[in-house]
Design a protein around this ligand. Structure first.
Ligand code: HEM
Length: 417
């Protein structure tokens, strides 16, 4: 049970990064659509109730294009991708509105199909097992750095068609991006530029030698009458990479953390793993996403005209941030919202967003999340936290919610190296 504070909570402090849920409970109750100053100094509306959040996510008057921001006409990156403007990566799904969004989303959906994801399942399993092999004999590990971080980065590289010999570079660039998450620091912008240049070259090479990876399919989709420029293809590959890795790291890390804090539900999960109870394992991943999901706030939106959300007047050009983590704990929508209940029914959480920007990678995220957690708790059933929970550090970025490290210990696997 979350205790709602009596007075207006201070947002974006260290305590808030550790556990934002009491503050969100207060906002939902007393200021459900709340104008606030963010740590960057920019002011924005926070929308915290489920009904308002769902409506806002589907409202066509809220644009994704940063040029609609009243006070920031230079149109800085607001997707959380540092350096994307300077690297010419702005024309991606999370920055654009219909009709451009409709066209690009249709093209990528032809390439990034549920069938492609289903065929990828054995590779994800192999990656999960391979990473666990790396530390299973040691009896201790950092789950973020040794498991949650490399799994999605290698998975997305494989899916896109980044050759094996280049994947370590990708891992380094990606690591640099999340270590400095969101800030416009030189190192991050340099990493983004490196990835951009690499993807542009890869796309160029693949065009001459198409195979059956996602980048080749993106190029093919553009070749069938509809137009996908090389820059759009690079921006698409980039947003898939960017949207797909920190989110999945956090899904694995936040879920393992939730299990360490909820031993009864962990036992339910381990029992489902032993029995290979598909239905429960699938509903468990959805509930973990609702309970402590990777994306705390949906990416930025801007009012293209004056409008109302939850009875509050939003001015033209105002930025609007939909707080998915708050909406998914709304007691008006979920019974006992602060309880982790792996068999929860009617669990229409907003963890993957809603409306036209609904997560493109949800089928892959579900596959990676389930495979990672299932494999981890099957192979290391006595896995436990190696530090006091109070010593865990959360990243504290605006959009994402995730741990910096997650030190664990377990009985070493006898057969592991
Ligand atoms: C969009 C969550 C994994 C690719 C989104 C949005 C959310 C989200 C909330 C909507 C943002 C908004 O409306 O502002 C998640 C979560 C994930 C996950 C919780 C993991 C557990 C992935 C993966 C990929 C991916 C693995 C790709 C490989 C995308 C893309 C968009 C998106 C491309 C933009 C879609 C559009 O604008 O049309 N995701 N995501 N995501 N996601 Fe995911």
């Amino acid at each position: 049970m979350v205790n709602t504070p009596d007075t207006a909570p201070e947002l974006f402090t260290w305590e808030f990064a550790t556990d934002p849920y009491p503050a969100y409970a207060w906002l939902r109750e007393h200021a459900p659509v709340h104008w606030t100053k963010l740590p960057s100094g920019v002011e924005a509306w926070l929308v915290t109730r489920y009904a308002d959040a769902r409506q806002a996510l589907a409202d066509g008057r809220l644009s994704k294009n940063p040029d609609h921001h009243a006070e920031d006409a230079q149109g800085k990156s607001r997707t959380g991708i540092p350096g994307e403007r300077s690297a010419n990566l702005m024309t991606h799904l999370l920055n654009i509105d219909p009709p451009d969004h409709t066209r690009l989303r249709r093209l990528v959906s032809k390439a990034f199909t549920p069938r492609r994801v289903a065929l990828f399942a054995p590779r994800v399993q192999e990656l999960a097992d391979g990473l666990i092999d790396g530390f299973a004999g040691r009896g201790e590990a950092d789950l973020i750095h040794e498991f949650a971080f490399p799994l999605p980065i290698f998975a997305i590289c494989d899916l896109l068609g980044v050759p094996a010999e280049d994947q370590d570079d990708f891992r380094d660039w990606a690591g640099m991006m999340i270590r400095h998450g969101g800030g416009p620091r030189g190192g991050v912008a340099r990493s983004v530029k490196k990835i951009r240049a690499y993807l542009a070259e890869l796309i160029h090479k693949k065009r001459a030698n198409l195979s059956n990876d996602l980048i080749s399919d993106l190029i093919r989709a553009s070749d069938h009458g509809e137009h996908l420029t090389e820059n759009e293809a690079a921006a698409m590959a980039f947003v898939i990479l960017f949207a797909g890795f920190e989110t999945t790291i956090n899904l694995i890390g936040n879920s393992a953390h939730a299990f360490f804090r909820n031993s009864a539900q962990r036992a339910v999960f381990q029992d489902a793993v032993d029995r290979r109870d598909d239905a429960l394992l699938d509903s468990a991943v959805e509930e973990l996403l609702r309970f402590d999901g990777p994306v705390e706030l949906a990416t930025w939106r801007y009012a293209t005209e004056a409008l109302e959300i939850g009875g509050e007047s939003i001015g033209k050009g105002d930025p609007v941030l939909v707080v998915l983590a708050a909406a998914d704990r709304d007691p008006e929508r979920f019974a006992e919202p602060d309880t982790l209940d792996l068999s929860r029914r009617d669990n229409q959480h907003l963890g993957y967003g809603h409306g036209i920007h609904y997560c493109l990678g949800a089928p892959l995220a579900r596959l990676e999340g389930r495979t990672a957690l299932e494999t981890l708790f099957r192979r290391l059933p006595d896995l436990q936290l190696a530090v006091d929970p109070a010593d865990l550090r959360w990243r504290g970025g605006l959009i994402m919610r995730g741990l910096r490290t997650l030190p664990v210990e377990f009985a070493p696997e006898a057969s592991a190296s």
